[in-house]
Structure formats: structure tokens, C-alpha cells
Design a protein around this ligand. Structure first.
Ligand code: AMP
Length: 215
């Protein structure tokens, strides 16, 4: 049983670590950003509502996100735990999540805060490429695919997310600092937070997370 949240600015490596964490602990990976992107791809009403905020690097309105996240958390596969990635992102969302968990007899085990400095985040995000097929993440300099533009794992096409350009990235980091950073304090007070240095290598970050979560 493991109920946990990955906290950290865009580009901290939450998505990459999430893949490794859910594989080790056999819990579902719930990324509200992924849910929005799937809805945009399918052209749903939700996708249409979310897209304009996302393209500007702003947060989608709280009530919309809370509804989506809590609905997902009620699904059967979350009975033995979950990993939340990108939710909550505001104190209001965190309070609503707490209320939801309490009402359903659940409690958070750990919140993992991955910290990385701003310049490094901008380099990582603007160079990021994602596979259309399997969602694997690359970086044009740091983690290039063997063949340019093609995923090593599934052969899918690599693309740049619409919100990974310099302008939007800068705004997303600003939004993180203003609206999401207060959650570090929030979960510090709740006594559930652990801090991990996201400037370390992928493996070192993962090992630090496993140390914090336990085997
Ligand atoms: P991510 O993939 O987590 O970087 O999310 C991409 C974008 O989706 C964000 O920049 C927001 O516009 C939106 N989004 C994802 N999760 C949330 C959330 N919890 N609250 C508000 N907006 C969100």
C-alpha cells in the first residue's frame, strides 16, 4: 500500500521517475497533465476547456482538475495506492484532496518534493521530446534517441509538446513558484514530505526516492 504524490517544478523529472516508481511499487500513475493531453487529442469538451490554459502555461481551473483527479482515484486500481503526478498544484487542490481522502478512509503516506534550479529546468524542457506512441521522454542533448526523431523503445515519432517552448516554459515555472511551491510548506506541516535533489542523475534520484518510500 502506497499513496504518494510527486511534487516539483515542470522539468524536475516527475514523469520519468513516475514510470520507475509505479513499476517498482505496482501502483497506478495518475498524471492530470496526461489526462488533459489525452482529452485534447480526442477532442473532448474537457480537452477544449483545458487547452487554452495549457498552451499559455497557466493552471487549468481548480474545480475542473479536482473533479477529474478524485473521479480517477475512485477507480478500482487505486485501492492499493496510487502515485499522483502534477496534482495537487494549489493549496486549494491539496485541501480538497485531503477532504476527499479523509471521506474515503484514505491517508497520504509520502509526498516527494523534487527540487531543480530554474536554468536547468528551462534547458531540460525546451530540449524535451516525447514519443507519440508510448510517451517515453528524451532530450535532444542529454538523452538523445539513437535515431533522431524516432523512439528507441517503440519506433514511434518524437514530438515537442506545445507547452515546451521558452515562453511557455518560463511562465510554467513562474506559475509553479507562485501557486504550487506553497504546497511544500503545506505538506511539511503535515509531516509527510521528503526532499530529493533533482539535479542528480536519474538513477540517483530514483534511489533517493526508494530510500524515502521504503522497499
Ligand atoms: P504537466 O504535464 O503536469 O506539466 O501539466 C501540463 C499542464 O496541464 C499544466 O501546465 C496545466 O496547464 C495543466 N494541469 C495539469 N495538472 C494540473 C493541476 N493539478 N491543476 C491545474 N492545471 C493542471
Amino acid at each position: 500500500m502506497l499513496r504518494t504524490i510527486l511534487l516539483g517544478p515542470p522539468g524536475a523529472g516527475k514523469g520519468t521517475q513516475a514510470v520507475k516508481i509505479v513499476e517498482k511499487y505496482h501502483i497506478p500513475h495518475i498524471s492530470t497533465g496526461d489526462i488533459f493531453r489525452e482529452n485534447i487529442k480526442k477532442g473532448t469538451e474537457l480537452g477544449k476547456k483545458a487547452q487554452e490554459y495549457m498552451n499559455r502555461g497557466e493552471l487549468v481551473p481548480d474545480d475542473l482538475v479536482i473533479d477529474i483527479a478524485t473521479t480517477r482515484l475512485l477507480e478500482d486500481d487505486c485501492k492499493n495506492g496510487f502515485l499522483l503526478d502534477g496534482f495537487p498544484r494549489t493549496v486549494y487542490q491539496a485541501e480538497k484532496l485531503d477532504a476527499f481522502l479523509a471521506a474515503n478512509g484514505m491517508k497520504l503516506d509520502k509526498v516527494i518534493d523534487i527540487a531543480v534550479e530554474k536554468e536547468e529546468l528551462i534547458t531540460r524542457l525546451t530540449g524535451r521530446r516525447v514519443c507519440k506512441g508510448c510517451g517515453a521522454s528524451y532530450h535532444i542533448v542529454n538523452i538523445p534517441s539513437k535515431q533522431e526523431g524516432i523512439c528507441d523503445t517503440c519506433g514511434g515519432e518524437l514530438f515537442q509538446r506545445a507547452d515546451d517552448n521558452v515562453e511557455t516554459v518560463t511562465n510554467r515555472i513562474e506559475v509553479y513558484n507562485n501557486q504550487t511551491m506553497p504546497l511544500v510548506d503545506y505538506y511539511e506541516k503535515a509531516g509527510v514530505i521528503v526532499h530529493v535533489d533533482g539535479a542528480e542523475s536519474l538513477d540517483n534520484v530514483f534511489n533517493a526516492i526508494v530510500d524515502a518510500l521504503g522497499e
